[in-house]
Every structure is written in structure tokens, then in C-alpha cells.
Design a protein around this ligand. Sequence first.
Ligand code: GDG
Length: 463
Amino acid sequence: MTRLVIVSNRVAPIKRSKAGNEGGLAVAVAAAIQGRGGLWFGWSGKVYEHEPGPVDIFEIGNLTYATVDLSHRDYDEYYNGYANRTLWPLFHYRLDLSEFDRRYRTGYERVNAMLAGKLIPLLRPGDLIWVHDYHLIPMASHLRRMGCRQRIGFFLHIPWPNLEILLALPNHRDLVRALCEYDLVGFQTERDLRAFHEYIEFEAGGTIDDGGVVRAYGRHVRTDTFPIGIDAEAFAQYAQKAESSPQTQRLCDSVGGRRLLIGVDRLDYSKGLVARMEAIDHLLSTYPDLRGRIVMLQIAPPSRADVPEYMMLRHEVESVVGRVNGTYAEFDWAPIRYLNKGFRRQTLAGFYRSSRVGVVTPLRDGMNLVAKEYVAAQREADPGVLVLSRFAGAACELDGAVIVNPYDIEGVAEGLRKALTMSLEERRERWSSMVDRVRQYDVIAWQQSFLDRLSAAPSAPAA
Ligand code: GDG
């Protein structure tokens, strides 16, 4: 079998990862590569003080990991800077938070070139190279320049913004041109794919044929959607097992006969946490009968904690949670339990299963795996209800959810109320339509369909 080479910003060794500190990309890539084996290359997550060490190569099971440390400057400019303060906010439609600093842009190119240089000697002819996410868009162009002729695919885990938003990025052209160096570019949803095609047509003067082949900047690249999935079977098993675990029991005992709502999100402004807490406020003020009868459990492990916008967000969430609890709490009940830490996946699965409502209300999200995990974890006989933002990629697939507009606080409160009072019959009907989809298009199907398309792409012409 052809060797698979995964390239992503962070590498998450499967047996070494700690509870809750890995994001959606690491969770999905780990699940996808585990059965197949190959090489996983990227940043170690460490920053060196003086001199960079050699590439750290180690094996766990059928996987070889190769990791590289970054300098402080790389970390500031490439990771915290261009990736997290320029591309991330812009691609999530937060132009107001996007920083355009030429140093960041230069650092981004420099680190991509450095990583490509370290990867080249590890490659073998016939490897299939799969690059992940917005940190590494220029990777293929650097690899090509260094003589790499293997097939290279790219998958974007986050949204691709519409044309007007993207045009605000000073070097938008370089970025799109770099994407055209791949053999296959995959997006989460039709919405993202359409937005990319729109740029190609109206800004790059390129063309797109019926099969999704884009011709622009003297290149042609295949494009398509590959909605990411989860390991649904494993997750359902975790949930079933965790049902009787001491932690789930403790949670249920502490909630008593009340209805539990759950949110699980990295502490990120794209996840809509402040608006979600405002919706809880609105729910309790509009429906006083719910006071004392519901509990919102919000798990929000810290993320990118040294980026200023994330520090501010943490204060904002703490403040709104404090205000809502201060307004409604009684000596024996508080509406919101806000936990600024992560849990093991097994524990999370048990918590999802014990919750009547899964609250997934991002302002913008590439897919959102939590929505799928919540569905997979439910009991067939008595499933909970998913309340889902229309701006999460998952909304394109999970039509049995109560779909809400996260900007409309009153609308979200109404959606929550509907979920809390839904009949068993309707809950079962909605859930069964979603769980079939989650099981069928799981993470293995996602990996398979992307790699099949990449393998079928014509290989790059010899230099
Ligand atoms: C990016 C895109 C896209 C969360 N808290 C804990 C924990 N998690 C896990 C969840 C889930 C993952 O992290 C989060 O995935 P999401 O998809 O919800 O969000 P991002 O991290 O923003 O992921 C996103 C994804 O990539 C994949 O393409 O869906 O749109 O933004 O698996 O369960 N895991 C553990 N403890 C926690 O406390 N163990």
C-alpha cells in the first residue's frame, strides 16, 4: 500500500495526548491514520531557546512521528500571529479581530519553507502527502520548489470565507495561488467550496469545470467537499460504558431530577459562548417555570491562551456566567456550571449521554465534531435533542437538529425551550435521521474518500 504522509501544524501522538487539550483536527486525524499507519509530520508543540534540535523521529505502533521545534520568533509570527490572529479570525468572518502585520506574513512563509525543508529528506517516491489546515497553505508550493513530485492534497478544516471577506486579506492572491499548487483541495461543505470557486471565477479569472477541476494561475487543481466525521461506533461504545461510570453517576446525582444541557467547546470566540449564555439568561427570564429545573453544563478548556483576544474572551465569558448565575441562582441551585478545563473523551461521552440537550451554537464553524459526538452518544430509547447553529458546517448534514441562528439570542432561547419540552416521539424521529448519517459518513469514510480522490489525481509532471 502507498505510504500516507500526514502534515499538520501539531502532531498528537495517540498514546501521549492528555485529556481535552487536542482540538478537532488532532482528534480526527488521529482516528483516521490509526488504522492505516504512515508518517505524521509537524510541530512538536515545543519552543526552543537557542538552537533548534534535529527532527525528533519516533514510532508508536504502525505510525512514525516526526516533529520539529519552533523558535520563539516562529511561534509569535507564524503560530500566534498569522495563523491565529490573521487567518483564523478572518476565515471565521471576524474582520474586526483580524491583524494584518507583514511580520506575521513573512514568518508564516518562513516556517512553511522550514518545515518543507525538514520533510523533504523523509519522503519516499510514491508517498501520498496530505496537508491539513490553514497553518500550512503554502506547504505544497515550497515542497514543489524543493523537487517534490509526489501527489499532495490539502484539507481545510475551517470555513473558507466569502469573496468580500477574503479580499480584505492583503495577500489573498498569494494564498489562493498557493492552494492551486496542490493536486486536490478539500473543503468541509458546499458553502465553502462555492466561496472558493467564487474567488477563482471573479478574482483570479480562472475557470471551474463540472468535475470541480479549477484552472487558474497556470495550474489545475481538483476541488471537492469532504465533510469530516467522527469514529461514531467507538464514541457510542464509550458513551454506553461511561453511563455507569462513577463520574457520570456523580454528575447525574448532582443534577437531581433537573434537565441537563451540555456545551463542549474550546474557549474560542468562534464558538459563540457569550451569546449562548445570554440565551440562557433570556430563557430563564422569559420562562420563569424553568428556574430551578434546568442546569447548563459548559465545558470550555482554554485554548491559545497567550493570544490577547482569547484572554479577553475568557473575561467576557466569566463575566456573563457570573451575571446569569448571580441573577437566578438559589442557595441550592445555579443555572450554569462553567468548567475551564478538559475531560477524558470517555468521560465526555457519558456526560453527553446524560444530557437532554446538546447546545452547539458557534457563530461560524468548519464542521463541529461535538455536534456529531453528541448524536453518537445518545440512547436510542430516549435520545436527547441537538440545538445546532446554522453556521456550523454540521448543519448541512444534521437536519434532525433544532437549527438556530446564534446571533438571534431570543431565537436560540426559543430553540432551547423547544428542545427541553420535545416529546419522546419527536426526539426519536429527529435523532434516528441524524445518527444514520453520523454512522455512515464517519471519520474512516472521510479519510477514504479524500485519499481515493487524491490517488486518482494525475501525478505532478517531472521537473
Ligand atoms: C476544527 C474546526 C472542525 C473539546 N473539549 C474536550 C475535548 N474536546 C474535543 C471535542 C471534539 C474536539 O475537541 C473539538 O472539535 P470541533 O470540531 O468541535 O472544533 P475545533 O477544535 O475548532 O476543530 C472544526 C474540526 O477542526 C475538524 O475538522 O469540525 O470546525 O474548527 O472532538 O470532543 N476532548 C476532550 N476533553 C475535552 O474537554 N477529551
